[in-house]
Write a protein that binds this ligand. Structure first.
Ligand code: ACO
Length: 423
């Protein structure tokens, strides 16, 4: 079978034949037929916007791999810092490389005092932590002269280290501000997830972290580290394509993640479960979703038409966490929802399965995180993925500034009507 596609413009009879590689053919085929002819593709449903070697995702079969490594193996055997290295370098580190990488990240965890004293302290007392986090990301770039030197590999590397290292510090800072607790400085003697949890929860010197919770936090960080060209990563690439600095680009990506159809869904899931209130109310709730009165949050995905492999791992992690924290009372409602939905033709026919957000919120809540911190928890590890895509974008000779075209459907040219003559 020929791995080509032939397109004929019936207006002119002109034909073009181009290769199909990896299920993709170049849009330049259309351009060669007629440079003023465009493909209408709202939400980029059928558009590959870049070539990428970072993450492989097969939504039909529920497969996710970073750098070729199955997510299940990484979640079980790796650490977030190692995974971040893999995403940014394309290979797992040797022990020596990992030691340097971990040291460098660990020694960039502190933030400028003015970030806390002047910037964060300026927020209203009940500001949403994700709104604070988005703003803090952009503000962070203003502290570094080299932030804009995106053509200098050494400077780029420095910003990558800073962003990965400082996002947990900023996240914890936003939380501590929102509850009026003093800020905890980073502890460079403990692991990346342990340091984050200690900055979140430590009061005085009295903080003991259960290793199960430390591992659970790391697993959640690994699972959320990248997910190819989703809304947030696309925002990172679009903004980065204008040569904006990585802090501003990451702030744009985090803003995209904030929305309830994207990273904000974990927050929406817990609110939904609380509103359902009890297992007996599940059938009525499912019926209301089928009647179009709302969505079953944490279900469905643009790409997965199968069980999200991350949701499977998270479900297992939830049981490990509940052994330590006690069961989240919302778990039974979630399990019932999943059971009912997976048997209901509405969800089966539309291939709607639990996504990464369905169970993650239950774990976060059991670990003590307030609901409005959930998306911030997603953004911390995703920063590594955003930066990997940003680096890949800058090295890609095919890329230019992002600039889609439109299908204009407004009025034809018409003469200006003076205000006094308008009815
Ligand atoms: N509950 C009920 N119905 C749903 C849901 C849902 N969660 N998701 C999709 N559907 C239905 C739609 O109503 C539509 O039905 P129709 O064909 O009768 O009109 C059909 O399934 C297809 O849905 P689309 O909205 O076209 O699918 P799309 O790919 O655009 O949406 C999305 C994907 C946004 C994730 C959607 O499934 C959704 O809103 N889910 C709930 C929010 C959520 O959990 N988001 C997190 C995603 S994972 C992440 O971003 C990290």
């Amino acid at each position: 079978m020929a791995e080509t596609i032939t397109i004929t413009d019936d207006r002119t009879g002109q034909t073009v034949t181009v290769p199909i590689e990896g299920g993709v053919f170049p849009a330049s085929a259309i351009r060669s037929l007629d440079p003023s002819l465009f493909v209408y593709d709202p939400a980029y449903m059928q558009t590959a916007s870049c070539k990428s070697a970072i993450t492989y995702l097969d939504g039909e079969n529920g497969i996710l791999r970073y750098g070729g490594y199955p997510i299940e193996q990484l979640a079980e055997q790796s650490t977030f810092l190692e995974v971040a290295y893999l995403l940014l370098h394309g290979e797992l580190p040797t022990s020596e490389q990992l030691a340097v990488w971990s040291h460098d990240i660990t020694h960039h965890t502190f933030i400028h005092e003015n970030m806390r004293k002047r910037f964060v302290d300026g927020f209203h007392y009940d500001a949403h932590p994700m709104g604070m986090f988005v703003s803090a990301l952009a503000a962070l770039g203003t502290f570094y002269d080299g932030a804009k030197d995106i053509d200098d590999p050494a400077s780029r590397h420095k910003q990558v280290l800073r962003l990965i290292a400082k996002t947990p510090t900023m996240a914890a800072m936003c939380y501590r501000f929102s509850v009026g607790l003093p800020f905890n400085y980073p502890n460079n003697d403990i692991s990346f997830p342990a340091n984050f949890l200690s900055m979140m929860w430590k009061i005085g010197d009295d903080y003991q972290l259960d290793p199960v919770l430390e591992k659970a936090m790391d697993v959640l960080f690994i699972l959320h580290a990248d997910h190819e060209q989703n809304c947030g990563t696309t925002a990172m690439r679009v903004v980065g394509s204008s040569n904006a600095d990585p802090y501003s680009s990451a702030a744009a990506a985090a803003s995209a993640l904030y929305g309830p159809l994207h990273g904000g869904a974990n927050e929406a899931v817990v609110r939904m479960l609380s509103e359902i209130g009890s297992v007996e109310n599940v059938p009525a709730f499912i019926q209301s979703v089928k009647d179009g009165e709302g969505r079953l949050m944490g279900f469905g995905h643009r790409v997965y038409k199968n069980y999200d492999p991350r949701a499977k791992i998270i479900k297992q992690t939830a049981y490990d966490v509940f052994d330590v924290t006690g069961k989240n009372p919302l778990l039974d409602i979630a399990l019932k929802l999943e059971e009912v939905a997976l048997q209901d033709p509405y969800f089966v026919d539309r291939k709607l399965y639990p996504n990464v957000d369905f169970y993650s919120g239950l774990i976060y809540q059991a670990m003590g995180f307030p609901v409005d911190m959930f998306t911030v928890l997603f953004a911390i590890p995703r920063t590594a993925g955003w930066l990997a895509h940003w680096q890949e974008l800058l090295a890609d000779k095919d890329q230019k500034i992002s600039r889609p075209r439109q299908w204009y459907i407004g009025p034809e040219s018409r003469d200006y009507v003076p205000l006094a003559s308008r009815s």
